[in-house]
Structure formats: structure tokens, C-alpha cells
Ligand binder design. Structure first.
Ligand SMILES: [Zn+2]
Length: 257
């Protein structure tokens, strides 16, 4: 699980409405302020930020990149809300800018894209879906409301950093809970099943061995395979052994179509 917080670009502007800001007008480019990460199922939350070193170093995010690189390199699947378009690309941009090469490839599960693809929630924002589907509570009163938190972190205010840490960590936990709820619904979830024994398959979504054989999965290209439902997470999956077509299964196929 990964969630990053970034600081905005600072730029010179001539007005507020409908501005077209040239690159020469940039005073400070965006930067990564903090990240929170955890391995699914583990209690430990990994967190680091650029605070506590004085105002001039707040935007220096180089210290975050090596540990982040190591985490991404170790992960086979990285999960986050809006991870594909935001966090993963922001982190890539900073890794290359700080002279790091690409970490070993990882699959992405983006809870925002999953929410959009499979469900008609009123909102796909984490604040909405996590409250709808998990026990994540609503934001309590914040000491630094809205953008004030970012401004105060950029001023290296320790109280603001404490709040940033709290919310960054809370969001990564909320995203994990949401992910676990969404997981059985995710079509094409990258397989976490490490056992390849076709006689006793494990769940490709959660690696549980509590698999119940339920019906037959017929491919469009032809061929039918045993279908399983995981008794751990509820996900459906297809076995690997091609079933031999018998007269009775042909009849069953005809009645399906
Ligand atoms: Zn499962």
C-alpha cells in the first residue's frame, strides 16, 4: 500500500482567473512532502517526511527517494487510491530527477479505477468510499484546515507535520481496508497465488487455499475449466485444467448459451 503527499508548485502569477503560467514563472517546482506505506496484512506503517530540517530543506525530497525506491523494488503489487495517475508517476518523476533508475517492475491496483470500473458509487473519493464500505471514521476536527496544513508544513511547523503524518498514515490504512473490501470484485487482479498445483489451486486474489469448486468456466475461445470460489475472500477464479467435453457437459453448455 502506498500514499504520498505532495507540495504544490509555487509560481508568479498576474491574476487569479484563467491564467496560463509559463515555465519561467515557476519559483518552486512541486515536491514530495511525505509518504506512508504498508504491506497488506502487516500492522506496521512505514512513514517518512521532509520535515524537521528547517524551512529551506522542506522541499528537498531526495532523502525520501531511496527508501521509496527500495519499497517499490521489493513489491510485486503496489496498491493505492489514484496510484496509477498520481502517486506512481510523481514518484517516478522524482526518482529519475534524483538519478535513480527504475525499480523492478510491479503491478498496480488502483482503488479509484476499481471503484469507477465496477461500481456506481455517488463519489469515488476515498473519503466517501472508505466511509461507505469500511469502518473508517469521518475526519475529526483538524487543527490546520484545508490548505493551511500544506502552508504550515512548508513553514516546517512541527505541529503541522504531526498532523500530516497522522492523515497520511490514516489514509494508507483506509485505502487498505477499502482494497480488501473491493478485492474479490476486481476482475484481472494480479495473481498472488504462488502455488501452481492445478489439483489444489489457491485463490489468485488472496492466496487462500479454501477453494470451493463451483461450476464450470467456459472461455469464449472454447474450452471449459473448473470454476472456483474462494471461501476466504469470495473471489471467483478459473482452474487451469482443461475439462474434457462429455456429452452431458455439452448439453449443459448449450443450455447456458
Ligand atoms: Zn480469496
Amino acid at each position: 500500500m502506498l500514499d504520498i503527499e505532495t507540495a504544490p508548485i509555487e509560481a508568479f502569477v498576474w491574476g487569479l482567473f484563467d491564467q496560463n503560467i509559463g515555465i519561467d514563472f515557476i519559483k518552486n517546482d512541486w515536491s514530495i512532502l511525505s509518504y506512508a506505506a504498508k504491506w497488506v496484512g502487516s500492522k506496521k506503517i512505514i512513514y517518512a517526511d521532509t520535515g524537521g530540517r528547517g524551512v529551506r530543506k522542506v522541499r528537498d525530497d531526495k532523502i525520501l527517494m531511496r527508501p521509496l525506491w527500495d519499497l517499490l523494488d521489493a513489491a510485486d503489487i503496489v496498491i493505492g487510491q489514484n496510484l496509477r495517475k498520481f502517486d506512481a508517476k510523481k514518484v517516478n518523476a522524482k526518482m529519475i530527477a534524483h538519478g535513480l533508475g527504475p525499480p523492478s517492475p510491479y503491478k498496480v491496483v488502483d482503488t479509484l479505477l476499481v471503484s469507477r470500473k465496477h461500481f456506481a458509487f455517488t463519489s469515488n473519493k476515498l473519503a466517501f468510499t472508505s466511509r461507505l464500505l469500511t469502518d473508517t471514521p469521518k475526519d475529526e476536527h483538524k487543527r490546520f484546515a484545508g490548505f493551511e496544513l500544506w502552508k504550515e508544513c512548508l513553514a516546517d511547523n512541527p505541529a503541522a507535520w504531526r498532523e500530516m503524518k497522522k492523515y497520511n498514515k490514516r489514509d494508507v490504512v483506509a485505502t487498505e481496508k477499502l482494497y480488501l473490501k473491493l478485492r474479490p470484485w476486481i476482475a484481472g487482479h494480479p495473481s498472488v497465488s504462488v502455488h501452481e498445483d492445478p489439483e489444489s489451486p489457491t485463490c489468485p486474489h488472496c492466496d487462500s487455499s479454501k477453494m470451493q469448486r463451483r461450476g464450470v468456466s467456459v472461455l469464449r475461445a472454447g474450452g471449459s475449466y473448473p470454476r472456483f470460489q474462494c471461501q476466504g475472500c469470495g473471489a471467483w477464479s478459473r482452474g487451469k485444467t482443461l475439462l474434457r467435453t462429455t456429452a452431458s457437459s455439452k448439453k449443459q453448455l448449450v443450455s447456458i448459451t
